[in-house]
Every structure is written in structure tokens, then in C-alpha cells.
Design a protein around this ligand. Structure first.
Ligand code: SR1
Ligand code: MG
Length: 400
């Protein structure tokens, strides 16, 4: 058993050399740390020929806050485990795990450095034609194969135990469903939003709708979720889409991942009002983002229903109409979770560069106000949506 120690570049390099097998014996290796996420250390180890791997190590605390916020190292096991499970059913869109060490909370991954992080690309108004289809394929495939439609009941219950992730779930429970809706020192927003936030925090209908979403997050182990599908967890290029970072993975409601993804596209949508001055250019990215949301929903629905039709193992879940009923519930949940993502990324602890990176204060404030309005609108009206077309209308009614 190796005792945990947080790596620096030298130790990360020594570790890679010690386990061996990634590079030629005489390779000249370099290593540097470049993680800018909220939680972990991320090193790139490369040889002189340009081959490289990523070594990720969990820290025993949240990096974005510091040692005052201790955090379980077990998240590294969860992350590698979710990647392996999701990779087994959807290898095209899941980063590959090459090695795992639980004691050191180290995971070695294929290097996706040839791709770009979606959030930064969208912030530069770059578009990716396959994004909606690929993410929806990943979400539908992983959702189906770890659900009651496909798994034996005992097998699923064993996986629920394996992927119980209480500390990381507690972060989501606090940051998504609690903090923004009460006065809390972790919240962060400009003084100018104070009146809006007070109104939100005293809206009982909103708090009731959020309570229902939180209750389903607590107690709806529908499938093995990624748990943190934001645009910083997606690598892209014209032909490729890969998901990384499922350390928040657990068995939860299918709509959570779908809603988080759409929420991040909408955060970018409102941010573009403050990022792009030329109307035609802004209209192009807006059109792209809305079309991507439509493709995501359409592909998710058709992929999940196709899988259910062809591969449902459970006899009673094969009943005519059940899969459609299930997908409708997923859609309603997704709209609600999408709304909570918009709200928490605007006034909670963890913001997004899309909005925070808007240079002019006024424009930033407008985007924040729009995100808050849209988020609440979706949370409050999710229950009235029956179809993806209804959702689109609901969205348009809040964006126009
Ligand atoms: C303290 S962690 C803050 C946020 O970063 C992660 O990526 C999750 O989205 C989490 O809510
Ligand atoms: Mg992450």
C-alpha cells in the first residue's frame, strides 16, 4: 500500500517512469501541471516525439477553495470507474482510462490535447456540427445501459452501491439546490443583483419546484450519471466529442446530465449578448446554440427509444408506451435541472467563464439577469411540458 502524497511535476514524472509501459525506455520525458478546474491536479507527461498522457490526481480538498474544504479522495475511484463503465458502452465519446491507483488517487488518461475544451471554443463563437448529436448519443447510451431497462435488478443494485458518492453528491445538493435559494456566504454575485436575488429567495413556488428536483436527485437512481456535464467537461473538434471528468458520477435521475448540458449551452447563449457586438455574428452563434439544443433533445429521444425497443431486458418495462412515458419524465426533469444550472452558475459559488469573462460590467450584468430570469422560468414551467417541441416554445418565450 502506497501512502497518499500530493504530486508536483517531478513526482508525477517519477511515478509515470516507475510504472512504465507508456513510453520507450530511452524516451526523454517532460512533465508540467496545467489543471485549472475546481478540484484536481492535472499533469501532462510527454516524450520528445510528441506522445503524451495525462496524469490526474485528486487533492484531499477542493482546489478552488483550499484546504478549508476537505474532500474525499475516493472521487478518483468513482471517476475512473464511471469512465470505464461509460467507455464500455460508448467508447467514441468517453476519454480512455490507461491506469488507476486508488491509494494515490491517481488516474492516467489518454491525452485529448489534440482537441479543444468546448467552453473556451463557444466563448470564441466557434461551432461544432456534431456536438448535439454526439453528446445526446453519449447521454442516451450510458443512460440506457445502466438503467432498469437493461440491467438485472441485482446487478443494478450492486452498481448503485459501488457508485455511491455521498461527498460529491453533497456538493451538488448544496450548490445546485440549497445555496442559491437562501442567504449563504458561498453565494457570489454583484451588489446590483441583490434585489433580484432577494426576490428569487422569497419565491415559494420556485423553492417548491427546486425541492422536487432535489428530492429526485436524492432518490431517483435511474442510471449511472456523469454528474457534471458542463461545457468544460467536453473536448471537441469538427469530428470528435469526448466527455471527461465524471467524478460527480452516481446513480441519479437521467434528466440531470441532460439538463446540465443544455443549461451550459444556454449560459453561453445569454453570455453572447455581452460578448459579440455585431448582430449577424451574434445571431449565428445563437442560431447554432438553439439548433444544438434541438438536435440534442431529438437525438436523445430517438436513441433512447431505439435502445429501449431493441434491448429492454425487463419484461414489464417492455410494455407498450412505457419507454415514451419514461423519456417524457426525463425531459421534464432536464428542463428543471437546466434551470437550476442557470441559477447556480449565476449567483452560487461556481460560475462560468462565459458570463464572468464579459468585460463590460453592464453587459455582464445583463447576461446575469437574463440567466437568472431564464433559469427561474424553466424551473417554474417544466411541469407543463409534454414534448420537446413544448420545451422549445417555452425556451423561445423566455429568450425573445
Ligand atoms: C467545489 S466544486 C464546484 C463545481 O465544480 C465542479 O465542476 C462542479 O460543477 C461543482 O459544482
Ligand atoms: Mg470537473
Amino acid at each position: 500500500m502506497t501512502e497518499y502524497i500530493a504530486f508536483d511535476s517531478e513526482k508525477a514524472l517519477d511515478y509515470v517512469k516507475e510504472i512504465g509501459g507508456f513510453f520507450a525506455n530511452d524516451a526523454v520525458l517532460t512533465c508540467y501541471e496545467f489543471g485549472d478546474g475546481n478540484l484536481n491536479l492535472v499533469f501532462r507527461v510527454a516524450d520528445e516525439k510528441g506522445h503524451s498522457i495525462i496524469l490526474k490526481q485528486a487533492l484531499p480538498y477542493a482546489r478552488c477553495v483550499g484546504e478549508s474544504w476537505p474532500l474525499t479522495l475516493d472521487r478518483a475511484r468513482i471517476e475512473a470507474g464511471v469512465l470505464q463503465k461509460h467507455g464500455a458502452v460508448c467508447s467514441d465519446h468517453t476519454v480512455k482510462v490507461l491506469h488507476q491507483n486508488r491509494e494515490l488517487a491517481v488516474t492516467i488518461l489518454e491525452d485529448l490535447g489534440y482537441l479543444r475544451i468546448l467552453r473556451s471554443e463557444l466563448n470564441d463563437a466557434k461551432t461544432f456540427p456534431l456536438l448535439g448529436k454526439d453528446v445526446a448519443t453519449y447521454l442516451a447510451t450510458t443512460a440506457f445501459y445502466f438503467s432498469d431497462f437493461y440491467l438485472e435488478p441485482a446487478q443494478k443494485k450492486a452498481l448503485i452501491v459501488e457508485f455511491t458518492n455521498p461527498e460529491l453528491c453533497a456538493i451538488t445538493e448544496d450548490l445546485f439546490f440549497d445555496d442559491p435559494y437562501r442567504v449563504c456566504e458561498r453565494n457570489s454575485y454583484p451588489e446590483e443583483l441583490h434585489a433580484e436575488v432577494s426576490k428569487l429567495q422569497s419565491n415559494n413556488a420556485l423553492k417548491l419546484a427546486v425541492a422536487k428536483l432535489k428530492a429526485r436527485f436524492f432518490s431517483s437512481p435511474q442510471t449511472l450519471l456523469h454528474g457534471d456535464v458542463h461545457t468544460g467537461s467536453i473536448f471537441v473538434d469538427e469530428k470528435t466529442t469526448k466527455l471527461i471528468d465524471p467524478e460527480f458520477g452516481f446513480f441519479g435521475p437521467v434528466g440531470f446530465d441532460l439538463g446540465s448540458f443544455i443549461g451550459n449551452l444556454l449560459l453561453n447563449y445569454v453570455a453572447q449578448n455581452g460578448r459579440i457586438n455585431q448582430i449577424p455574428k451574434r445571431r449565428d452563434i445563437h442560431t447554432y446554440l438553439l439548433a444544438t439544443i434541438q438536435t440534442t433533445l431529438a437525438t436523445f429521444e430517438s436513441s433512447f427509444l431505439n435502445l429501449a425497443k431493441q434491448h429492454t431486458q425487463d419484461q414489464s418495462l417492455q410494455s407498450k408506451g412505457y419507454a415514451e412515458h419514461f423519456v417524457q419524465g426525463v425531459l421534464r426533469d432536464a428542463i428543471g435541472y437546466c434551470g437550476t444550472e442557470l441559477v447556480r452558475r449565476t449567483i452560487g459559488l461556481a460560475h462560468v467563464a462565459d458570463i464572468d469573462g464579459i468585460e463590460e460590467q453592464n453587459k455582464r450584468l445583463n447576461a446575469q439577469t437574463q440567466a437568472l430570469f431564464l433559469g427561474q422560468h424553466l424551473i417554474l414551467n417544466a411541469h407543463s411540458v409534454d414534448t420537446k417541441e413544448d420545451f422549445y416554445q417555452l425556451l423561445l418565450s423566455a429568450l425573445l
